[in-house]
Design a protein around this ligand. Structure first.
Ligand SMILES: [Zn+2]
Length: 216
């Protein structure tokens, strides 16, 4: 878990390498289910074609289909699910039926003002979508792409007011989850303001310890 711009995707990629875990990012596994053309995939496709959100229990079934395939017998990493309290409950029920449970809920925490600074400083070139940051990775000439000379723009998604809206949604949805996982002793917090390598070392060490404890 973590706000937009916290670097969850980067951290997840590294953990998948470290621990050789299947990685279930919600959007990806829903698309994979559609492509596989299973009964469940057809159902997912109908929701997507209608432009509707895929219901919690259907997302949960897609994840469970993957768990039941044995590829996740040694563990798995979830990203983007659960995102709401009903999703937490659906996931718990489904894991419980299989005699399984979550090991930890990882939170990469970044304060709102830092998220806004990171995302609203991003600039993209209009020609090839090269990415810059006005503060952390500025182009040589302001507003111009170093690589192709095209104009740099700010995507609507990165405008401060849009970022703030995304943060509002994140806080509203995710804070209750954080509280729940904290109460159950599953929450592990990581300081997302630290450099990505450091965040990664910290998460890896935490998971290695939890794994050892689970084996004892
Ligand atoms: Zn460019």
């Amino acid at each position: 878990m973590g706000p937009p711009g916290a670097g969850k995707g980067t951290q997840a990629e590294r953990l998948v390498d470290d621990f050789d875990l299947p990685y279930y990012a919600t959007g990806d596994i829903l698309r994979a289910a559609v492509n596989n053309g299973t009964e469940l995939g057809k159902e997912v496709k109908e929701y997507m074609d209608r432009g509707e959100l895929v219901p919690d229990d259907v997302i949960c079934q897609v994840i469970m289909e993957r768990l039941d395939s044995n590829e996740a017998s040694d563990g798995f990493l979830l990203d983007g699910f659960p995102r709401t309290v009903p999703q937490v409950e659906a996931l718990d029920d489904a894991l419980d039926k299989r005699g399984r449970a979550l090991t930890a809920a990882l939170l990469v925490d970044v304060p709102d003002e830092e998220v806004i600074r990171r995302l609203s400083g991003r600039r993209i070139c209009v020609k090839n979508q090269h990415v810059y940051h006005v503060e952390f990775d500025p182009p040589k000439e302001e507003g111009v792409c170093d690589q192709d000379g095209s104009r740099l723009i700010q995507r609507d998604d990165d405008k401060p007011e849009t970022v703030q809206k995304r943060l509002d949604v994140y806080h509203e949805q995710t804070e209750p989850l954080i509280g729940r996982y904290e109460d159950r002793g599953l929450l592990r917090r990581f300081d997302g303001r630290r450099p990505p390598d450091e965040v990664h070392d910290h998460i890896r060490a935490t998971l290695a310890t939890l794994r050892l404890e689970a084996e004892l």
